[in-house]
Ligand binder design. Structure first.
Ligand code: LLP
Length: 450
């Protein structure tokens, strides 16, 4: 199992083993973190997130000779502390709800470094964003454009917008997380652009300021070609917009979506490789078309935080079904979390890998199915996991859980959501406290009369 230590893309950067054979982040044993903070526990390695953020910004600085800005897709995992760190590192946040916007603003982030996305923003959310002085709003559809214009007029403000388009580019990923194709709820079809441009430049011109276009083609993408196709297509659109309307759009947002390694068989490109490919494609196209490079916005979520995350669980009961002539048998190992803290295996058939943190140097002798404690047959975390002999109270560490785990967590079965601990430079602190049953009960109301 110790082979995992060398795979930096699968585990956090500071992952390793200590003298006792325990899995660690730096010199902090995951077994000790589990004891100190309880389980299930999300752990985020700040050094890994910082390195990913730097890979984005450094590569853009090196290969993209025009302004650029990273807008972390907050839906991947958001908290006050994470926003504080990101803004300290020069990263903005793309938010998709009033809740995410409030979090970023409360964390002290500069509203200008934020953008608002989503396919059905409410009038209140638009109002909140305009009131805060948000940098950009990505408008998703015609109804929303008119609602935004209405809200902007009502509050005597100007809205700086991007138009989200669906570019018709197929990214090869799970159907539920593809967004670039024609048949999607997100964004304007390219055929709608003339009508929308006419509205923006005509009746809405007093309150709507078009800054550029936005496209996001999907998530967990390993292939660079769709990004290069997208970069070319968008720059051609910009060129045509200048030709037809005489406008040089200053901003271009190419979305997020870069994949990460969840298992040894995943082979995503490094952040630097992907960003360099996008930057060079844009430069090549801009040269060809003799068009000035716009400010480039990228919206990575998963690739900034997923590999930094580990979820720690404590082993409870086990069930062994012996093989029979019709069934290969199965060994279930149950932990104290599951689909409430990580819905991705049940929702997307996502694969994860894990180690027994207190036995990280012991040889794997058996294959087990790691399950949770929720009342669902589909509550499986890992279908087939090679482990040493496992006992109750062992600590299991599941890798790659920094994105779309905490942010998609539920309180199903009235199980409170885990705490999250931030580990950076060999020290740990609480980022999000553990939810309590009292927190859940606080929402419930009594009948005053029965
Ligand atoms: N920008 C927009 C407009 C998006 O919709 C998304 C993700 C991102 C950026 C960030 O994408 P990323 O870099 O994280 O791939 N819950 C799913 C992923 C849903 C992604 C939704 N949109 C999962 O757990 O795989």
């Amino acid at each position: 199992m110790s082979g995992l230590a060398s795979n930096q893309s699968l585990t956090p950067l500071t992952y390793g083993l200590n003298a006792q054979g325990h899995a660690c982040l730096g010199n902090l044993s995951l077994v000790d973190l589990a004891l100190q903070y309880g389980t299930p526990l999300y752990v985020l390695c700040g050094n890994t997130i910082h390195a990913a953020a730097k890979a984005y910004t450094d590569t853009l600085t090196e290969y993209y000779p025009a302004p650029h800005h990273i807008l972390y897709a907050g839906k991947a995992n958001l908290s006050l502390g994470l926003c504080q760190k990101l803004s300290h590192w020069g990263i903005g946040v793309d938010v998709v709800s009033g809740g995410e916007l409030t979090t970023a603003l409360k964390a002290g982030m500069d509203a200008k470094a934020l953008s608002l996305n989503g396919n059905n923003k409410s009038a209140d959310e638009l109002r909140q964003a305009l009131h805060a002085g948000i940098g950009l709003i990505s408008v998703d559809n015609e109804d929303e454009l008119h609602l935004l214009a209405h809200v902007a007029r009502e509050t005597s403000q100007t809205a700086r917008i991007l138009l989200r388009v669906c570019p018709g580019i197929e990214a090869h990923t799970h159907d539920y997380i593809k967004t670039g194709q024609e048949d999607t709820k997100f964004g304007f079809g390219l055929h709608q652009l003339p009508t929308v441009m006419a509205a923006i430049l005509g009746p809405l011109a007093d309150v709507i300021e078009l800054q550029g276009l936005h496209a996001h083609i999907g998530s967990q993408i390993f292939d660079l070609q769709p990004y290069q196709d997208l970069a070319k297509l968008m720059l051609t659109l910009y060129f045509n917009i200048r030709k037809h309307y005489g406008i040089t759009l200053p901003d271009l947002n190419l979305g997020g979506g870069l994949g990460i390694s969840y298992t040894h068989t995943d082979d995503p490109p490094a952040i630097a490789t992907a960003v360099q490919a996008i930057a060079e494609t844009l430069k090549g196209e801009a040269d060809k078309l003799d068009y000035p490079l716009p400010r480039l916005l990228l919206e990575p979520g998963r690739s900034l935080v997923a590999s930094a995350g580990i979820t720690l669980y404590t082993v409870g009961s086990q069930k062994i079904i012996p093989p029979s002539p019709t069934f290969a048998g199965r060994h279930f190992v149950a932990v104290d979390g599951g689909m409430g803290d990580n819905i991705r295996p049940a929702l997307y058939q996502a694969h994860y890998t894990a180690v027994v943190a207190n036995k990280a140097t012991q040889a794997a002798t058996q294959t087990v199915t790691l399950v949770g404690k929720y009342c669902e047959t589909g509550d499986k975390l890992i279908e087939s996991l090679a482990v040493p002999p496992v006992e109750a109270r062992d600590t299991v560490a599941v890798f790659g859980t920094g994105a779309y785990n905490d942010s998609m967590a539920s309180t199903y079965n009235r199980m409170p959501r885990p705490a999250c601990v931030w580990v950076e430079n060999n020290s740990a602190c609480l980022l999000t406290r553990r939810e309590t049953v009292e927190d859940l009960l606080r929402r419930d109301q009594w009948f005053t009369q029965l």
